[in-house]
Write a protein that binds this ligand. Structure first.
Ligand SMILES: *Cc1c(COP(=O)(O)O)cnc(C)c1O
Length: 439
């Protein structure tokens, strides 16, 4: 007699779907998700990777571990404050609450007093103008790149004056493979590069202006800096030159700092750029501003209104979540980004020592970084718990996921960007990993 093929013992889809535990997940997961989990387990069994008897319990386990989104929250233990791979700025409690409110029906374009249509985004705009009184008007779009595309299109290309003068030192790649000049050229702009990589002077700009020039553009080279023999032209002088020629000066400050910050003394601010004469200032919402992803345009009413009326403004328009979270960020006292930037080295050390003691680990000096789009090269003195490198992958793949920094063969856990109330959770997880590694 031939032994029965064990694969014939794999439970059928109908039988698996009928299990009460599987039925119960129907309130949490869509039918296609449940079916996919079932099919995958059946396939595992067909390939001999799972015993037929284990199919049902495996499905029940896998379903209980699934949630409708695969994004996981991560404890940022890298010391890098604006971490692009971790979604840049974490939001303040106020902004998170605003997102929950915005998730339902909201008075986005409705005046509840008279029941008539109102202006979308008016509260975010009011918050911007209140935070940055130097701006006459404001417009919020999807992100900084959209803001820059809109400004270059409306102020230059659409007027048939496609030339835009920019310093060679400001032709930057701001993220992996994302080069700002490529973006601008894609809108139809002809970039007129002036000066040298390290030095550009006012005459370089002046000599490049023709009747085809639409605007002068100044871009903050957010992620690198030039030392040594270098000079750039200040916004004040550029504004004067632009206005002598009846041209607008567009300034992309990148990081969205509202006012001067004592930790980042060289970082441009939206307020100062406007005071110095910029006609339009562009910034991202989710860098140093500490809000949601957004492109912020501030400046003269006449120009901002022209930008707002262009058809592209509709394509770039911010959604209700962005508007709600941005307004809440601007109207509340602090953000996690600000707190991490100003974290006190002494209390960081105490927190680190407390965690390290539990593990018998050492605390070492470790500089934090601002990260994406600001404070390039500015070290933020702090501390890290130094652990064997092998901890890193266990921390990343565990629950909660923890991203440490790996450097010089060590796994460094920096608490700068970890909310203090999460220290306990982090410590428990570190202890678990220490046990796993030891066994
Ligand atoms: C980050 C940055 C941008 C792009 O902003 P996003 O919000 O990422 O689209 C543009 N210009 C500068 C100078 C930047 O630093």
């Amino acid at each position: 007699m031939v032994a029965a093929d064990p694969r014939r013992a794999i439970p059928s889809t109908d039988r698996l779907l009928a299990l009460p535990e599987v039925q119960a997940t129907k309130t949490r997961l869509a039918p296609h998700v449940i079916r996919r989990v079932i099919t995958e387990a059946q396939n595992d069994a067909r390939h001999g990777e799972l015993a037929p008897d284990d199919v049902a319990p495996t499905i029940i386990n896998r379903l209980s571990a699934l949630s409708p989104t695969r994004l996981s929250s991560v404890l940022n233990a890298t010391g890098v404050i604006i971490h692009t791979n971790l979604g840049r700025a974490p939001l303040s409690d106020a902004a998170r609450e605003a997102l929950m409110t915005a998730a339902g029906y909201v008075d986005l374009e409705l005046d509840l007093r008279d029941g008539k249509r109102s202006k979308r985004g008016m509260w975010a705009k009011a918050a911007l103008l209140s935070a940055v009184p130097d701006a006459e008007d404001a417009l919020v779009v999807n992100n900084g790149a959209a803001a820059l595309s809109l400004a270059t299109t409306v102020l230059s290309v659409a007027l048939d004056m496609p030339e835009m003068v920019i310093s060679r030192g400001e032709l930057v790649e701001i993220g992996a493979g994302f080069r700002l000049p490529d973006l601008m050229v894609s809108t139809g702009v002809e970039l007129v590069e002036v000066g040298m990589t390290n030095r550009t002077n006012l005459d370089d700009y002046r000599n490049a202006i023709t009747e085809r020039t639409g605007a002068i553009l100044k871009v903050h080279p957010s992620n690198y800096w030039i030392g040594g023999f270098n000079s750039a032209v200040e916004i004040k002088e550029l504004a004067q030159l632009a206005h002598e020629h009846n041209l607008p000066l567009i300034v992309d400050v990148g990081s969205g700092l509202v006012d001067a910050d004592d930790v980042l003394t060289d970082e441009p601010t939206m307020s100062a750029a406007l005071r110095d004469g910029a006609d339009v200032v562009i910034a991202s919402g989710d860098k140093l501003l500490g809000g949601p992803q957004a492109g912020i345009l501030l400046g003269k009413t006449e120009i901002i209104q022209r930008l707002a009326k262009h058809p592209l403004a509709r394509a770039f328009r911010a959604d209700k979540f962005t508007l709600a979270a941005l307004e809440a960020t601007l109207n509340s006292p602090s953000t996690p980004i600000h707190d991490a930037l100003h974290a006190d080295s002494k209390s960081l050390r105490e927190r680190s020592e407390r965690v390290a003691q539990e593990l018998g680990a050492e605390v070492v000096a470790h500089d934090g970084r601002v990260g994406g789009g600001g404070g390039a090269g500015v070290p933020l003195p702090g501390w890290a718990i130094s652990l064997p490198e092998s901890y890193a992958s266990a921390l990343r793949t565990g629950s909660p996921a923890i991203l440490p920094r790996v450097a010089d063969g060590r796994c460094l856990v920096d608490l700068r960007c970890v909310p203090a109330e999460q220290d306990k959770i982090l410590m428990v997880r570190l202890r678990e990993v220490a046990n796993e590694v030891a066994s």
